[in-house]
Design a protein around this ligand. Structure first.
Ligand code: FES
Ligand code: FES
Length: 174
């Protein structure tokens, strides 16, 4: 944590702590309560509702974002713990209206049904492929183990991630 300072809230009922985050390339300074999670801050004051709340317990992966380049369950990270870090959410992935290649692969393979798990699944995939661009099918399954999908049966999701690996190999990731 870097330089979180404590201040009283407007109502004086609870202490607020000022934190600074870089979210999707923009610096954000905001007051948070000690118990607030990163997920609550992203979906609340920052209005990034692409980040989904499923279980709220670290079990479904719907809330996955990248924190300093690594996938995290944002429901398990206190906003205070995220102070000073760089956060990437699904909203920051497409560049100038152009889908990220992982998003393209999900669309191409029809790996989306209701779409609730998709933002978390895509962010977990981006993190996985940054770490291991040549992930095998087994490594993909292992890497996405913490992300649950109630609709697709996972087959198309695995295919989409394999397609993304192929796109990277062929240099089609832009
Ligand atoms: S909402 Fe965070 S893991 Fe389920
Ligand atoms: S597409 Fe519905 S939960 Fe995954």
């Amino acid at each position: 944590m870097s330089g979180a300072g404590a201040e009283k809230s407007l109502t004086g009922e609870a202490f607020m702590h000022m934190i600074k985050l870089k979210v999707n390339g923009h610096v954000q300074e905001l007051g948070v309560k000690s118990h607030q999670t990163l997920l609550e801050v992203l979906r609340g004051p920052l209005e990034l509702t692409g980040v989904k709340e499923g279980c709220g317990l670290g079990e479904c992966g719907a809330c996955t974002v990248l924190m300093d380049g690594k996938p995290v369950n944002s429901c398990l990270v206190l906003a205070l713990e995220a102070d000073g870090s760089e956060i990437l959410t699904i909203e920051g992935l497409a560049q100038v209206g152009k889908l990220h290649y992982v998003q393209k692969a999900f669309v191409k393979e029809g790996a989306i049904q209701c779409g609730f798990c998709t933002p978390g699944m895509v962010m977990a995939t981006v993190g996985l492929l940054q770490e291991n661009p040549n992930s095998s099918q087994e490594e993909i399954k292992e890497g996405l183990r913490g992300n649950l999908c109630r609709c697709t049966g996972y087959v198309k999701i695995i295919k989409a991630v394999e397609a993304a690996v192929e796109m990277m190999r062929e240099g089609e990731q832009t």
